[in-house]
Design a protein around this ligand. Structure first.
Ligand code: 5GP
Length: 114
């Protein structure tokens, strides 16, 4: 199967603006930001989508959320607030079949989402 865009970014085959990296994940600024802060937190271990995560991925899933919260502090939006989004499947709006957590902030975000 061909590599997803995020696998290529992790493998440094295509560039991205890095916001964070550690041994379990990378975080990059979204190429088409939907808010002044729009970062994607992506696990190094490939998981297609959250619906395909296994019990053995529990620590990794937790790590992604903690990394996102840490990034929100670093990017100065912890106080004003932010939203974490995981799109799963067609109706969820998933466009890249490689699990990632969106971190959105620095503007008021409407609810319910579209
Ligand atoms: P999804 O729709 O799958 O939840 O989110 C995919 C996200 O990846 C979108 O917000 C889209 O703008 C972003 N994206 C797609 N291709 C690239 C790319 O090549 N570089 C970066 N930084 N973001 C990308």
């Amino acid at each position: 199967m061909s590599k997803t865009i995020f696998q290529k970014i992790i493998d440094r085959e295509i560039p991205a603006k890095l916001a964070h990296e550690d041994e379990h994940c990378i975080a990059i600024h979204d190429i088409n930001p939907q808010a002044p802060v729009h970062v994607l937190v992506i696990p190094r271990r490939p998981i297609a989508r959250v619906g395909e995560a296994k019990a053995s991925d529990a620590a990794l899933l937790g790590h992604l959320l903690l990394a996102a919260a840490d990034l929100a502090r670093k990017l100065g939006i912890a106080e004003s607030g932010y939203r974490l989004v995981i799109n799963n499947g067609r109706d969820g709006g998933e466009s890249v079949p490689y699990l990632h957590v969106h971190l959105l902030g620095k503007r008021p975000l409407a609810w319910p989402p579209g």
